[in-house]
Ligand binder design. Structure first.
Ligand SMILES: [Zn+2]
Length: 354
């Protein structure tokens, strides 16, 4: 079975400032409306999540930070961070409900009931060990990795959000869990981390792979990243489970990020994962960013339907481009140099991968 974690309250959850609240919350509503109007229940069942047990937060977050969020949630004013993530009444409970969806999918993957699962209120990759950031209160990407690892599964994280998955990186930096993040990287662009030299530390050295992309990178270059780095890394690492933070803000037309991808890139990555799907126990897809709701919903459905190998005509209805977008020559070279540098460093650490 393939599943979506959803309950009505998911249409009212957002950890963004007020001006983005409707944009964020409407994504889950639009996603489910599409599910119903396009009869996608043939491919995915809906499972109803409960709030996450508080205890599980300690797998990824500092106890003091958890208490801090609880207290500010009671007070209901100010921010949990420097001004991106507001502390409104009940924010703690809403965060637990959002993370409950990720846990539900993980549990069902571990038990073998679900092969591909999605949480439209998941992918909060900026929350760190003791900090909120970038519209993220608690980090469900790291939580999913922690829960899957605890069940004895070897897990790989792919994060294709337009922003660097800095919180996930921070929480899992010393763990030998493969983490690959592709994101826009430019002076002054949030969160400012995610360069190629952040490779992990201790036992995690060589398991943290960042592919920083300059603004304007299109599908052609992204396909190179998939073929040259992501696929060989997956073939080498051989995960039992894959977590895909499928942030839709790398898409051309997202108002917050300046990359130029279309559903073509997302679909190609999903195809590569789908081709390995018989050797993994499951794929958990987490929504992540995406500030043009209609585009975000198309991206997620294109990814999900590709993963479950729906026929081309079913997937194509969510396509946003007839042709892959092109990257200017000068930027192509920048990315190629970064790919080559990463390859060299990773071979120095692990031996032959590529
Ligand atoms: Zn993002």
């Amino acid at each position: 079975m393939n599943a979506i974690a959803f309950r009505k309250e998911y249409e009212e959850i957002a950890f963004t400032p007020r001006q983005l609240y409707r944009v964020w919350a409407s994504r889950a509503r639009l996603f489910i409306e599409t599910y119903k109007s396009r009869a996608l229940d043939r491919w995915f069942k809906i499972l109803r999540p409960e709030a996450l047990d508080e205890e599980l937060l300690k797998l990824v977050h500092d106890e003091e930070y958890i208490e801090y969020v609880k207290e500010l949630s009671r007070k209901g004013e100010g921010y949990l961070d420097y001004g991106d993530t507001p502390a409104y009444h009940g924010v703690y409970e809403k965060a637990l409900l959002a993370l409950g969806g990720t846990r539900l999918i993980v549990e069902n993957i571990v038990s073998g009931k679900v092969k591909v699962g999605f949480n439209p209120q998941g992918g909060f990759h900026h929350a760190g060990i003791r900090r909120a950031a970038g519209f993220c209160v608690f980090n469900d990407v790291a939580l999913a990795a922690g829960l899957l690892s605890k069940s004895g599964l070897k897990v790989a994280i792919l994060d294709v959000d337009g922003h660097h998955g800095d919180g996930t990186q921070e929480i899992l930096y010393e763990r030998p869990i493969l983490k690959v993040s592709t994101h826009m990287y430019a002076p002054g662009f949030f969160p400012g981390t995610g360069y190629v030299d952040e490779l992990g530390s201790g036992r995690g050295y060589g398991y943290n792979v960042n592919i920083p992309l300059p603004p304007g990178v299109g599908d052609d270059t992204y396909i190179e990243v998939i073929e040259e780095l992501i696929v060989p890394l997956l073939l080498w690492y051989k995960p039992d489970a894959v977590i895909l933070q499928s942030g839709a803000d790398s898409h051309l037309g997202d108002p917050l990020v300046g990359l130029a991808l279309t559903t073509y890139s997302y679909k190609m990555l999903a195809l590569k994962i789908a081709s390995r799907i018989s050797s993994v126990k499951g794929v958990i897809v987490l929504a992540g960013g995406g500030y043009a709701p209609e585009i975000a919903v198309k991206v997620w459905w294109a990814v999900l339907l590709t993963l479950v190998r729906a026929p081309g005509k079913v997937v194509e209805q969510f396509s946003t481009a007839k042709k892959p977008t092109k990257t200017p020559e000068s930027l192509k070279k920048v990315v190629r140099d970064r790919i080559n540098r990463l390859k060299k460093e990773l071979v120095d650490i692990h031996g032959s991968i590529f």
